[in-house]
Design a protein around this ligand. Sequence first.
Ligand SMILES: Nc1ncnc2c1ncn2[C@@H]1O[C@H](COP(=O)(O)OP(=O)(O)OP(=O)(O)O)[C@@H](O)[C@H]1O
Ligand SMILES: [Mg+2]
Length: 384
Amino acid sequence: MRIILYLGKGGVGKTTVSASSATAIARRGQRVLIMSTDVAHSLADALSTELSSTPVEVEKNLFAMEVNVLAEIRENWTELYSYFSSILMHDGANEVVAEELAIMPGMEEMISLRYIWKAAKSGDYDVVVVDAAPTGETMRLLGMPESYGWYADKIGGWHSKAIGFAAPLLNKFMPKKNIFKLMPEVNSHMKELHAMLQDKSITTFRVVLNPENMVIKEALRVQTYLNLFGYKLDAAVVNKILPSSSTDSYLQSLIDIQSKYLKVIENCFYPVPIFRVKQSTAEIINTERLYQLSQEMFGERNPAEILYVDDKTQMLEKVDGKYVLSLYLPNVEVKKLNVNIKGDELLVDINNFRKSIILPNVLVGRKTEGADFSEGNLNITFAN
Ligand SMILES: Nc1ncnc2c1ncn2[C@@H]1O[C@H](COP(=O)(O)OP(=O)(O)OP(=O)(O)O)[C@@H](O)[C@H]1O
Ligand SMILES: [Mg+2]
């Protein structure tokens, strides 16, 4: 069983790349489920078919589903949902607003994760491909050692805030039951899923990006946080690459900008392998096109495989009370090294290439104290 998650900024091509990978895997003979938790229903468009939260076989071995998280909350989490919306209504919110607000932060992600758990546990598929929502919440949820613990805390915080607002009324109104008991089995599901996501032989994380400044930063942020939480990237997919040259001067200037950023991507993600996809002139709206795209992207490689084993690309440790960030840069002979911080970015100039890393929050605002290079690792020490 394998789980493959595609992450990245909105609009970069996560749905397209996920569906394309899933099609390629299915055509190689493995049973694959592609799952989207996006309310925008773009997976159905890419596959030119109607989808719902029950998987349908789009073609041989290729199953697809689209989870409507909001409908799911209304249908299956009624008790919790109406509990929160009634608290809000007692606080003066009108019914519509109360219902909107009753979907708590993190709830959508938690439900999406639970669907991944269900599909992975079902035994029905060799591979589950997840077209993840472009949100920081997903990352945060993925990152906590005890995902459910984090979620329960969030509910707890929200809960006490709600009580604070409406204490006099609530004393009379509030049920004395423990709300966490409303989700009895979720706790163990989340723990199981977390173990699966941490198991590198099961789960693979990939980032999708375009050769554009802000998109690259977001992709680097994804990499930083995955690393911080112990998940590893096995590939970066650069999508929407323009042709290498054009006689049209307008297009040529866009191509020039892209080639600058393609170089940045190569430096920044090294040694994680990069797969490339051109900007297509034809719409990508069926499995035939998706399959062609997968051929362009992965060539002979099977996207179901683990494409790169990364144990130490980027590590953050505390050594003698100080944070040390280690970057694995194999086959780099360091002649000239310069390390600078600009906002939340760490700029590392090695010889004549520049690598930039988005710093995790814990390092933002700290100065670097020193950097040394040994056995292929660049170790940067931060001041307290
Ligand atoms: N290589 C490509 N060539 C041409 N069009 C593309 C390519 N990749 C994606 N697209 C188109 O770009 C649009 C956005 O792609 P897609 O929906 O896959 O992105 P996404 O990252 O899933 O977006 P969202 O964050 O909104 O879910 C779609 O219309 C898709 O068909
Ligand atoms: Mg999408």
